[in-house]
Write a protein that binds this ligand. Structure first.
Ligand code: ADP
Length: 444
C-alpha cells in the first residue's frame, strides 16, 4: 500500500481508537461517535475547501494546499497531469514553429486564404513576389492587396483550371505561375513560383532556332540549286549520279525542315486572342485541299472520302487552317497503303466544338508513341518511317496552330488497324454560313 493511503488509514485508526477510549472512560458512546466523526468529517471538508480554491485558481504549483494523506496523493496526480500537458503543449508549439520555419523558407510564395479569400498566412517569399506585408495585410482580401484582374477572376472561379501565369505586380520583369489547392474547411493554399528565368531561356532558344533557320536558308538554297543542276547534267559519270541524287534529296529535306522550323517559331510568337482570324469557309477549303492532293498525289491512289457539314465555318487564319489540314492529310497518305480509304469528316460536336477528323486504315501507331507524337522531330517506328520522307515537325505545327486558337488535338491509333486524328476548335470560334455572309456584306 502506498504511504499516502497508510497515513490516511492511520489517521482513521487513531480517530477510532480515540472514540473507543473516550466511550470506555466516559460511558457516553453516542456523544463519542458524534464528536469523533464530526472532527474527521470537518477536517476533510476544510481540506476539500482549500483544494477547490486551489483548483479554481488554475492549480498553481507554488501554492498547492499543504495536505497529507489522500489529499496529498490527489495534489501529486494533478501536478503530474499538468506537467504532461505542459510538455505536450511545448512539443506541439515546437512542431508548429518548425513547420512555420520550413514554410517561410520555401523558395515559392505560399499563402493561406480563408473562405472569403482573405489572407490568413503568408511566407517570406510572398512578401517579395507579391509585395505583401503578412502582418499588416492579414485579414484583408488578397484581391485588394494584389491588384491583378486575371488572378482575381481565377481565384473567384471554382473551375478546374488550377494554374495560371501572371506578371508580378511588384516587378513587371517577373512572370509568376500560380497554383491553388483547396484544403480543410474552405481554405485555399495559393503558391506562386517565379518562372522568369525559364521564360527568358525559352525566348532565347526560340530566337536561336529562328535565326539559325533563317541564316541557313540562303547557303542551303545555293547548294540545293547546284545539286539539282548536277543531277540533270548528262556528263556526270554514272558512279557519281546516285551520290549526287541522294545529296540533292537530302538538301530538299533540309529545306523542308528549315521551312517547318520557321513556321513553328512564328506560331510560337503568336499569342492567343479570341478575335484573331477571319471566318473561313471550311467546306470550300477542304474540297480545294482534296482536289490539290488528288492532283499532286495521283500516284498514291488513295481513295479520299469527304463527309462535310456544309454550314460549319470557323474563325481562324485561313493559311494556318490549310496547313493543319494538309499536315494531317499528308500523314494519312504517307502512312497508309495504296488503294486504302482515307476519310475526312468536318462536323460540329455535341459540346459545340468544330472538329476535323482524318481517319486512315494504315500502319497505325504503337500506344507508347502516342503521347510524344507532337514533340519536335519525334518520329514513331523509326525503321519504317525512315523510308517515308518527313521532318518530324508536322504534328508539332498542328498542335501549335490548335493551341493558338484554344483548340486541341486528339490521336487514336491501333497498330495495323489505322489512326484517327481529331483537331477540335472551341465553340467560340465556330461560325455559321450566315456569319460569313454578314462579314462578306459588310466588306462590299
Ligand atoms: P513526319 O514528317 O515524320 O510525318 P509528323 O510530325 O507529321 O512528322 O508525324 C510524327 C510521326 O507520327 C511520324 O513520323 C509517324 O511516325 C507518326 N504518324 C503521324 N501520322 C501518322 C498516321 N496517320 N499513321 C501512322 N503514323 C503516323
Amino acid at each position: 500500500m502506498n504511504t499516502a493511503w497508510s497515513v490516511e488509514f492511520s489517521r482513521l485508526l487513531a480517530t477510532v481508537i480515540s472514540l473507543v477510549l473516550f466511550g470506555l472512560v466516559s460511558g457516553y458512546w453516542t456523544l463519542s461517535v458524534i464528536i469523533h466523526s464530526s472532527i474527521y468529517i470537518g477536517w476533510n471538508v476544510v481540506q476539500l475547501r482549500s483544494f477547490e480554491r486551489w483548483i479554481r485558481d488554475g492549480a498553481p504549483s507554488d501554492s498547492a494546499p499543504n495536505a497529507s494523506g489522500i489529499w496529498e496523493l490527489i495534489v501529486q496526480h494533478i501536478h503530474r497531469t499538468q506537467k504532461a500537458n505542459k510538455d505536450r503543449k511545448a512539443h506541439l508549439a515546437n512542431v508548429a514553429e518548425h513547420y512555420q520555419a520550413v514554410m517561410s523558407a520555401l523558395p515559392d510564395a505560399t499563402i493561406v486564404l480563408n473562405r472569403r479569400l482573405e489572407l490568413e498566412w503568408a511566407n517570406k517569399t510572398s512578401e517579395k513576389l507579391f509585395g505583401l506585408d503578412s502582418e499588416k495585410d492579414t485579414g484583408h482580401k488578397l484581391g485588394n492587396v494584389v491588384r491583378d484582374t486575371s488572378m482575381q477572376e481565377w481565384l473567384d472561379s471554382r473551375e478546374e483550371k488550377d494554374e495560371i501565369e501572371i506578371i508580378s505586380t511588384v516587378d513587371a520583369q517577373k512572370t509568376l505561375v500560380l497554383t491553388k489547392t483547396q484544403y480543410g474547411r474552405d481554405k485555399t493554399l495559393l503558391t506562386a513560383r517565379d518562372i522568369s528565368q525559364r521564360i527568358a531561356l525559352q525566348k532565347l532558344r526560340k530566337a536561336f532556332i529562328a535565326n539559325a533557320s533563317h541564316e541557313l536558308r540562303t547557303p542551303l538554297t545555293v547548294i540545293a540549286g547546284y545539286l539539282e543542276m548536277l543531277t540533270d547534267d548528262d556528263q556526270l559519270p554514272n558512279s557519281l549520279k546516285k551520290i549526287v541524287s541522294s545529296a540533292h534529296l537530302q538538301s530538299i529535306r533540309m529545306d523542308q525542315i528549315l521551312d517547318d522550323l520557321l513556321v513553328l517559331s512564328k506560331l510560337e510568337e503568336k499569342g492567343y486572342s479570341e478575335n484573331s482570324g477571319e471566318v473561313v469557309d471550311v467546306p470550300k477549303l477542304l474540297k480545294r485541299l482534296v482536289s490539290d492532293f488528288q492532283k499532286t498525289h495521283a500516284k498514291t491512289d488513295h481513295l479520299l472520302e469527304l463527309s462535310i457539314d456544309e454550314s460549319l465555318f470557323v474563325k481562324v487564319i485561313e493559311t494556318e487552317f490549310y496547313s493543319l489540314c494538309q499536315n494531317l492529310l499528308s500523314n494519312a497518305v504517307k502512312y497508309s497503303p495504296k488503294n486504302s480509304v482515307i476519310r475526312i469528316c468536318w462536323a460540329k460536336r455535341e459540346d459545340g466544338k468544330a472538329c476535323l477528323r482524318v481517319i486512315d486504315s494504315g500502319e497505325g501507331i504503337a500506344p507508347e508513341h502516342l503521347s510524344r507524337l507532337t514533340e519536335r522531330f519525334y518520329r514513331a517506328n523509326v525503321n519504317r518511317t525512315q523510308k517515308v520522307s518527313g521532318t518530324g515537325l508536322g504534328l508539332s505545327i498542328v498542335k501549335h496552330i490548335l493551341e493558338n486558337y484554344g483548340g486541341h488535338l486528339d490521336i487514336q491509333s491501333e497498330l495495323s488497324i489505322g489512326s484517327t486524328f481529331t483537331a477540335c476548335f472551341p465553340s467560340f470560334r465556330v461560325k455559321s454560313d450566315n456569319d460569313q455572309l454578314l462579314i462578306g456584306d459588310s466588306q462590299q
